[in-house]
Design a protein around this ligand. Structure first.
Ligand SMILES: Nc1ncnc2c1ncn2[C@@H]1O[C@H](COP(=O)(O)OP(=O)(O)O)[C@@H](O)[C@H]1O
Ligand SMILES: [Mg+2]
Length: 367
């Protein structure tokens, strides 16, 4: 009895601990998850929680989860509540203590499990929550854009053929001086046709899947950009050549990177004139990254960084929307298409921009 009092938390038996297949799937989550007994003792800590706390699973398991918080009392009460069936799930905000780091603000969800005396504690870092919401918005937006563009393009395309045909017939029957007008109709119909074809192209062509080397993609784009801006622009390569090839559509990715790099080059006109314009292609491998709602073990990052004036504040939140352009004569489609292409590779494009430093980051999961 005395012994029990001294050590109120009996050791976790090995059958319960991390080896247990019951909890294995939690390691795939980006959310921090602990399975605890209602006395607070950790039965299982997932990989994300290990990362966040900066200590190993062995250390965390068997210790008291409450002590990982700056205010241990709140979790204690929550677990007591869960133990006595006062609620099915409870949410609150708290701070997690971390080794050698500032405390981490998290949103905590305590929920009962099927096993009596056991609860699941989910801790969602608040910055991560905001990031996840932002990324979900980007993905939803891209999906909506795709449908909007496809439908709109079809609506325009169908009558266009008729308009052009009718103008041609008319042209045969009218005087020479009036044919100037039918010429305008035909010319404009052709221009719209080209635009519509551009809009439909990414949706019509089947995905041509092959092995893609991201540096081949970058090199191709680099030479295209340098051909257009032979003077006053440096295109610097900062490659991690260990990045493996992956399955994808090379042409689509070239188009996506070209659209981004092209914008950068256009934003740089003044610096090109001054002779110190610079675009950097930087590739890196990212481990255990989360985007969208998924956690990926490996992903490639391609940054296209320019030292131009930055994305105008007025359109910053909307640059991936179709028809949003900050340039005279811009179509506002470049980034929409780039985002569509990258998402077809289960990836995402994000942008961070301030004057002198604009960074478009392409993330693509690697096998
Ligand atoms: N690297 C960049 N620096 C500054 N502004 C940028 C950059 N990339 C994109 N933008 C802004 O985003 C807008 C949208 O780009 P995009 O979708 O390619 O359409 P478009 O180039 O036809 O305008 C651009 O018009 C520009 O204002
Ligand atoms: Mg563009």
């Amino acid at each position: 009895m005395d012994d029990l009092n001294k050590s109120p938390i009996p050791p976790v038996s090995s059958s319960q601990a991390s080896g247990s297949p019951r909890f294995k799937a939690f390691d795939l989550l980006a959310t921090l998850v602990a399975v605890v007994r209602t006395d607070g003792c950790v039965v299982f800590a997932n990989a994300a929680l290990e990362d966040a706390l900066g200590s190993s699973r062995r250390t965390i398991e068997g210790s008291s989860l409450s002590d990982c918080f700056t205010e241990p009392q709140i979790l204690k009460h929550a677990l007591e509540g869960a133990g006595s069936n006062e609620f099915a799930a409870l949410r609150y905000d708290a701070w997690l203590r971390r080794l050698n780091h500032e405390p981490l603000p998290v949103h905590v969800v305590v929920a009962q499990t099927d096993t009596p005396g056991e609860a699941i504690v989910e801790m969602l870092p608040q910055e991560q929550q905001a990031k996840q919401e932002r990324e979900e918005r980007l993905i939803d937006q891209a999906q909506a854009n795709k449908e909007l563009i496809r439908n709109l393009a079809h609506e325009i395309k169908n009558p266009l053929g008729g308009i052009r045909g009718a103008a041609q017939l008319l042209q045969m029957d009218i005087d020479k001086e009036l044919s100037e007008y039918t010429q305008v109709i035909i010319h404009e119909a052709d221009r719209l046709q080209t635009l519509v074809d551009r809009l439909l192209a990414p949706h019509r062509h089947p995905h041509l899947v092959g092995d893609v080397n991201i540096h081949e993609v970058c090199e191709r784009v680099r030479s295209l950009i340098l051909a257009e801006f032979p003077r006053g622009l440096r295109v610097v390569r900062d490659y991690d050549t260990s990045i493996p090839e992956f399955r994808g559509d090379r042409e689509q990715l070239i188009q996506a990177v070209l659209n981004i790099a092209h914008n950068a080059a256009q934003a740089l006109v003044e610096r090109v004139a001054a002779g110190d314009a610079q675009i950097v292609f930087k590739t890196r491998i990212a481990r255990q990254v989360t985007f969208g709602k998924q956690r990926y073990r490996l992903a490639l990052e391609l940054h296209v960084i320019d030292n131009g004036p930055g994305v105008p504040d007025t359109i910053k939140d909307r640059i991936f929307y179709p028809l949003v352009s900050g340039r005279e004569g811009g179509s506002g489609l470049g980034l929409t298409l780039a985002q569509t292409f990258v998402q077809q590779h289960h990836g995402l494009i994000e942008c961070e921009s301030r004057p002198g430093h604009t960074d478009f980051k392409l993330l693509i999961p690697l096998p």
